[in-house]
Design a protein around this ligand. Structure first.
Ligand code: ZN
Length: 256
């Protein structure tokens, strides 16, 4: 992939602080420290050729239809009625030359939450960004922008899940000032605002933080730049937040 030139400063958009109530951790970037450069670059992309397109044919689904397809897939997953062979040879050959995914999934790396399985989907259906704690780095944001702007994906789902270990780690930082080795602390950092802002909230702290982090990522993504904002304004893109329940297998699309 080649990168477009950086735009003029006047085109740049600042990422506003997500939660005024999060204290020092409010500075923790959801999109990583280099997000400004990426957003600045994105501001010029409307007039600059994007990386070579692989999708000559894009999905015809609307945002709502794409969301319905995911909900229907999850219902089949819950009912143990998923297609036996979603990744058949003929499907592989049919999409070998181009892709037309209908949804972007931002989900946790947790081995128990594979998006294709939870939504009964296979090859070529979902464009997935997975990182522990379902945060979005600079690279993740660029991936989403590419999927939306170039592949024509009409729906982005940010999905947290029950008993998320990454969110749990953020809670331990807030509660016990835990210091993690290596780069684990960097992985936890974007989750800290959600952990802090839900600490005194009624109910289960971990689950409240899981949902709040999803909301934070969704809302931040909605103001991340023209490549995302323009299709939202024209009705071609929706971004929703969801929570997967490990116990019953259901996905609750609780935030839009
Ligand atoms: Zn997780």
């Amino acid at each position: 992939m080649t990168h477009p030139p950086v735009s003029s400063p006047s085109r740049r958009r600042a990422l506003s602080a997500m939660c005024a109530c999060t204290g020092t951790a409010a500075a923790a970037p959801l999109f990583g420290s280099g997000a400004m450069k990426m957003l600045a670059a994105g501001a010029t992309m409307a007039g600059v050729a994007l990386p070579a397109a692989s999708a000559e044919i894009k999905t015809t689904l609307t945002p709502d239809q794409a969301l319905d397809a995911l909900k229907q897939g999850n219902r089949l997953f819950l009912a143990d009625r998923l297609p036996a062979e979603p990744n058949r040879r003929d499907r592989r050959l049919a999409i070998a030359k181009s892709q037309a995914p209908f949804a972007v999934l931002v989900s946790c790396s947790d081995s128990r939450v594979p998006p294709e399985a939870l939504f009964g989907r296979g090859l070529g259906d979902l464009f997935i960004i997975r990182v522990a704690g379902n945060s979005i780095s600079q690279e993740g944001l660029g991936s989403i922008e590419y999927a939306v702007a170039e592949l024509g994906v009409p729906l982005v789902v940010v999905m947290g899940h029950e008993r998320c270990g990454a969110v749990g780690a953020a809670l331990s930082v807030v509660k016990d000032h835990t210091i993690f080795p290596g780069a684990i602390g960097d992985m936890v950092q974007p989750i800290l605002p959600a952990a802090i802002s839900t600490r005194d909230k009624e109910g289960d702290w971990l689950d409240n933080a899981v949902r709040q982090h999803v909301v934070n990522v969704v809302e931040k993504l909605k103001i991340s730049g023209r490549l995302i904002e323009d299709p939202i304004e024209s009705g071609k893109l929706k971004i929703v937040g969801a929570r997967y329940d490990l116990d019953d297998g259901s996905v609750d699309f609780f935030h839009a």
